[in-house]
Design a protein around this ligand. Sequence first.
Ligand SMILES: [Zn+2]
Ligand SMILES: [Zn+2]
Length: 359
Amino acid sequence: MAKDFYKTLGVARDASQDDIKKAFRTQAHKHHPDKGGEEAAFKEINEAYQVLGDEKKRAQYDQYGSAAFDPGGPFSAGQQGGGGFGGFGGFQQNINMEDLGDLFGDVFGFGGGRRGQQRAQGENIEADLSLTFEEAARGVDRDVELYKMVRCSHCSGGGGEPGAEKKTCETCKGAGQIAQTQRTVFGVMQTQRVCPECHGQGKSFTKRCSVCTGTGVHKERAHVRISVPAGIESGETLRVSGEGAAGLHGAPAGDLYLHIRVKPHPHFTRDGDDLVVKKDIGFTTAALGGEMAVETLDGKMTVDVPAGIQSGQVLRVRGKGLVHPRRSGKGDLLVEITVLTPKKLSKEQRRLLEELELS
Ligand SMILES: [Zn+2]
Ligand SMILES: [Zn+2]
């Protein structure tokens, strides 16, 4: 999908690098998740800046479009982490907090104290989870299939071939970090990066794991058992701790965020924790009162109709709605009444109604 990075940052195509940098700082401030912003928007902004903020990449983008930077595309930086996702649409995970931290750590306060090893933590995965109305109302256990980074079983995530010994990393001489010279919008900068060889461990193995080549993770279809709580609503996000991508070298996994989508029901809608159902009743029942059978999530129930009920009136039945997700008890059942006026009358009915009108 083609993305307009200029639009994302809100700058003109001929904007100077300086303007792009300024726009990014403003936008990143506004959308930073730690400051209550939207994570998805923040990622978009970051992705756009990774390209436009770099004059060389920007030139490639101007020539080839965003496809050039898609994973597997001709200029892909190989940043892809956790992997694809089966069955529930896409998810994005290109956020480059390392770069952002290096450049703006002091501005946003998430640089500084971060140690290399912490950066090996697995990425979060976002996905959509579609539920039926009943599943959302009652809660459900679901198996979700994810194509994600999992811990390598051959080396138990450590990255060394079984029997191999640990030695000081040759690339970083045990420091876990290496100095790197970067061309940035600020000019040439010397930055510290996590050692790509040992991922900040400072040690590496005499022989790397033959399965995962030393990362401690590999990509695989994995099944995650999800317990969806009763009463969850469309638009809510379910966080499943530790079910994101596995961390490098045995570091903790990220989390899985499931964006809940509830399919509409042919009869029911909901209003918060109240279950709303429409019900047609006859003209006579409306006038005289009586009983009616109403559909609920637990089957049919009998509801009293007060005499003289009008079309559009709503009857409330306490405690027959949806489970309150965050406290005990249930919402109510709301029955929206439509009174059906007969279109055809028998002679006898007509006579009786005429008599009614006279009285
Ligand atoms: Zn190293
Ligand atoms: Zn391994």
